[in-house]
Design a binder for this molecule. Structure first.
Ligand SMILES: [Zn+2]
Length: 296
């Protein structure tokens, strides 16, 4: 009798522990490193890095001569929207350090291998894709769709010289829709200008969070970025690509005001901040000072 009771007790503890681990595991984490660099950690613990310029001047982990790559141990995938330096960023070094697989267009992948010594094996997999394509990654936990972007794409050539151009072909620029099982659907705009066909992206995917470039000059000005949020039918708009260097918009106030008139929810992350999602729902931010939130 006693042993049955203790077995039952042990089983109950086991069940409770299991459930609590399960509950924690159901969260998706989204971190912003400043500029256009984000990481997504899925409920199963896979890590995706998008446009990883981690050594950008707004990343708190890069301040005081600290190296933001030092603490980066696990990265499974690196997604690049296009070849410009503020988006390729530290991708080569991160790939070498972590073994991460590259997701981008074939021309960009080829030239990163050829010109920047990106590890060839990690850039030559079935994760190389084109606009309009959808791929399953992370053992089927994540679907990545590559979407159009109106911008340009070239790869900086560190081997440039008198007979070699400073910029090489980087294929077409892109955006990504990332659909996470038991998590949110996240859109990353890259550096695109507004285009009317964003409505088709919004019709094709139920976007929970749109990460939108708002800095203007090289991409969308805040007013058009708000229009993009509307066309994409996103539940929440999060700004990026601003305040990093001269020439682009320095804060998100104008974007927030435009979204307010359109009644679209807005959340401004601070560089270095992580937000979590349970299922498709963003959990309340842990600190009230770290971000501004409007809408529902
Ligand atoms: Zn850019």
């Amino acid at each position: 009798m006693q042993s049955t009771r203790s077995r039952l007790f042990a089983f109950t503890i086991f069940l409770c522990l299991g459930l609590s681990v399960q509950a924690g595991a159901q969260e998706t984490r989204l971190k912003w490193f400043g500029h256009s660099a984000f990481s997504i950690t899925t409920p199963n613990g896979k890590v995706l890095l998008i446009d990883p310029w981690l050594r950008n001047p707004t990343n708190p982990e890069a301040k005081d001569k600290r190296d933001p790559l030092a603490s980066l141990t696990k990265v499974d995938y690196i997604l690049l929207t296009h070849g410009h330096r503020d988006h390729v960023g530290d991708a080569v070094e991160i790939a070498r350090k972590t073994g991460a697989v590259l997701i981008c267009n074939p021309e960009l992948a080829g030239n990163l291998v050829k010109l920047a010594d990106f590890p060839a094996k990690q850039a030559d997999t079935d994760a190389i894709m084109g606009i309009g394509g959808e791929i399953q990654i992370a053992d089927g936990e994540v679907m990545v769709a590559m979407t159009s972007a109106v911008h340009s794409s070239s790869v900086f050539n560190p081997k440039a010289g008198p007979n070699e151009a400073e910029r090489a072909y980087g294929g077409n620029p892109a955006g990504f829709v990332i659909v996470i099982k038991n998590g949110p659907t996240i859109y990353h705009s890259g550096d695109t200008a507004y285009f009317k066909d964003m409505e088709t992206i919004g019709e094709s995917y139920a976007i929970d969070v749109a990460l939108l470039n708002i800095g203007g000059h090289f991409g969308m000005e805040p007013r058009m970025a708000a229009k993009a949020a509307q066309s994409l039918r996103t539940r929440l708009a999060v700004p990026h690509h601003f305040g990093t260097f001269p020439g682009i918009t320095q804060n998100a106030d104008g974007f927030a005001a435009e979204l307010k008139t359109l009644k679209i929810a807005f959340y401004e992350m601070k560089p270095g901040e992580t937000v979590s999602f349970r299922g498709r729902q963003m959990l309340p931010a842990k600190t009230t000072t770290s971000g501004r939130q409007t809408g529902d």
